[in-house]
Design a protein around this ligand. Structure first.
Ligand code: FUB
Length: 338
């Protein structure tokens, strides 16, 4: 476990932090940032203390709604646009509104979100609005064939939209093989290929998958799939896709080793070849991000738990510049500037 709060006191880390929380009146996490109508819109989880005991399923992440944040520029103030969607308004969902994302097509806005059904199974839903900040009206049912958590939607230059999704452990991805859930399934053995995130192209109306989800392969430097035991590099959760220099950059969290990493490929489906780390561990167990260009500059949106004094489910989103070097490699960011 490489949580820096174990070795350095929080006040020192706060002083060293390369960026400050974007908002402090609520806790926010899992920021998905997009430029819509010339402004930055950020779709985060809204962290609360729901009073639910800690467990390995992440039940203490008991979020109930989403707020959308708006910024004129990455160095400006973040405005809270209010509640965009509440779980009580989602017919199929009961609890745990985890990391969302959003997309825009033909003047309409789509908020994608995971939540648990009453039977405790995660699915992914979509809600539709006319404005980037919502309000969003949820579809009555979850997206058919969706499962697990952390939807991230990427719109390619040819007009196709793709959803990446999945997360291990509390995110339930390990219970699925070939898109079928079986409670008996667990993570593969250490020397077997790691479970990958999933990808599915979205239908023209953005409300359903146009195809069955496929596995996304992440390969090592020899072209072999990363192994399940390679905890420093294998996919855990927090998918994101950005395109730079004509190449597709798939980034993700390694979960229990607390890195944000990336892998590069030639098309949205992959395979992607592992390249390195984007962000070293933050204070708090989870790490989750998005990568977004504003003008000519790329930015990393991420979170940590410094504001709450290290409470892992009370996080705050932040932003830092992100640089691709001349070879297209992303320069690793240390959130505490060491
Ligand atoms: O915010 C709840 C969960 O924590 C997210 O879905 C994961 O990616 C992790 O950040």
């Amino acid at each position: 476990m490489s949580d820096p709060s174990q070795t350095t006191d929080l006040q020192t880390l706060e002083q060293r932090a390369i960026s400050k929380p974007l908002v402090t009146h609520i806790y926010t996490a899992d920021p998905s940032a997009h430029v819509f109508e010339g402004k930055l819109y950020i779709y985060p989880s809204h962290d609360i203390d729901a009073g639910i005991p800690f467990d390995d399923e992440g039940s203490h992440f008991g979020m109930e709604d989403y707020h959308v944040l708006r910024m004129d520029s990455p160095d400006g103030e973040a405005e809270d646009c209010g509640v965009a969607l509440h779980v009580k308004d989602v017919a199929w969902a009961q609890r745990q509104m985890w990391a969302p994302d959003a997309a825009q097509k033909d003047g309409r806005y789509y908020l994608y979100f995971p939540a648990k059904r009453a039977d405790g199974v995660f699915q992914i839903g979509v809600a539709v609005g006319d404005r980037p900040e919502g309000p969003f009206v949820p579809e009555p049912d979850a997206m058919q064939g969706s499962y697990s958590i952390d939807p991230a939607v990427f719109g390619d230059d040819d007009g196709a939209y793709y959803m990446y999704f999945g997360g291990l452990w509390g995110g339930q991805l390990q219970k699925y093989r070939d898109n079928v859930r079986d409670e008996a399934h667990v993570e593969p053995a250490d020397d077997e290929p790691a479970l990958g995130p999933k990808i599915a192209r979205l239908r023209e109306d953005m409300k359903e998958f146009a195809e069955a989800p496929r596995e996304v392969l992440i390969l090592d430097e020899n072209g072999e799939p990363l192994h399940a035991g390679d905890h420093d590099r294998r996919f855990f959760e927090a998918s994101w896709l950005h395109k730079h220099g004509g190449r597709y950059y798939f980034s993700y969290s390694t979960g229990n080793t607390h890195y944000l990493c990336y892998a590069v490929g030639d098309n949205p489906y992959g395979p992607f070849t592992y390249q390195g780390r984007i962000l070293t561990p933050v204070v708090g167990w989870t790490t989750h991000h998005s990568i977004c260009a504003f003008g000519d500059q790329w930015y990393l949106f991420y979170h940590d738990s410094i504001l709450s004094g290290g409470v892992t489910h009370l996080r705050s989103i932040k932003v830092a510049p992100l640089r691709h070097d001349a070879q297209g490699r992303i320069e690793t960011i240390d959130p505490y500037g060491a």
